[in-house]
Design a binder for this molecule. Structure first.
Ligand SMILES: Nc1ncnc2c1ncn2[C@@H]1O[C@H](COP(=O)(O)OP(=O)(O)OP(=O)(O)O)[C@@H](O)[C@H]1O
Length: 227
């Protein structure tokens, strides 16, 4: 079974009267428990591809199987339920909820799964320890540094033990030292939690960490093989 199986996927956007072909006949497979990096220039199609893998958007044609589920054929409710159970997301801009504390942000995926208060507390404490933020549990996101915010986002992405984590340039808004620390943290937890990560970036340090590298160019994807 593949963690991500994509066959003949096409995606275009209508920009006024002009149709922009963002992805053209993309076929790729990612094995479970890999740290897969999508690299490519700005505008090459990385975010479009991650949005399809994460079930945020749908392809015009082709097949997408994620964790053994054909997500391109799910309706909106089924897709939301699938995302809540099987996927974790990490974004460039952190996307934390500003009025919730660090602890409350991290436990959101467990609330969506209606886990009990005791289960949520136990799992959140474990994640706070893993990402080194126990001392910030009751802080709000705007009281944290960029690196700390991304640690919260990593904890939130992992807490429900998803099959796959989709990370769209999560180090792009961080200085190089903080970015390197975030990369190492995610790499360590990806191994510890035996999950698959699909990470988009054009940073050579991220590319050097890849188990598998895919290069996106003008909406087409080629595999560069194990690094
Ligand atoms: N909502 C949209 N409407 C119209 N065109 C879009 C839309 N989203 C993306 N595009 C176009 O699709 C192509 C791929 O964009 P995409 O955002 O996937 O690239 P990217 O590789 O993620 O770029 P970056 O590294 O700058 O984020 C680009 O030509 C872009 O202009």
């Amino acid at each position: 079974m593949w963690a991500v199986e994509i066959q003949g996927v096409n995606k275009s956007y209508l920009l006024g009267q002009v149709r922009v072909n963002a992805l053209h006949n993309v076929t790729l497979n990612i094995a479970p428990e890999r740290f897969a990096v999508l690299s490519g220039q700005s505008g090459s199609g990385k975010t479009t591809l991650l949005n399809l893998i994460g079930g945020i958007d749908k392809p015009d044609s082709g097949h997408l199987r994620i964790a053994d589920c054909e997500i391109s054929s799910l309706d909106d409710d089924q897709c939301s339920a699938f995302r809540a159970r099987q996927l974790g997301f990490i974004f460039q801009n952190f996307n934390l909820i500003p009025v919730l504390t660090v602890r409350e942000n991290i436990e959101i995926p467990l609330l969506m799964q209606r886990r009990s208060a005791i289960q949520r507390k136990q799992a959140t404490d474990e994640m706070l320890e893993s990402v080194g933020l126990m001392h910030k549990a009751d802080s709000l996101p705007n009281q944290l540094s960029g690196g700390q915010r991304q640690r919260v986002a990593i904890a939130r992405a992992l807490i429900h033990r998803p099959a796959l984590i989709v990370a769209d340039e999560p180090t792009a808004n961080l200085d190089s030292k903080t970015g390197a620390a975030i990369l190492q943290l995610l790499r360590r937890l990806q191994r510890e939690y035996a999950t698959t990560v699909v990470f988009s970036s054009h940073d050579p340090h991220v590319i050097a960490e890849a188990d598998d590298l895919y290069v996106v160019h003008d909406g087409q994807v080629t595999r560069s093989g194990a690094v």
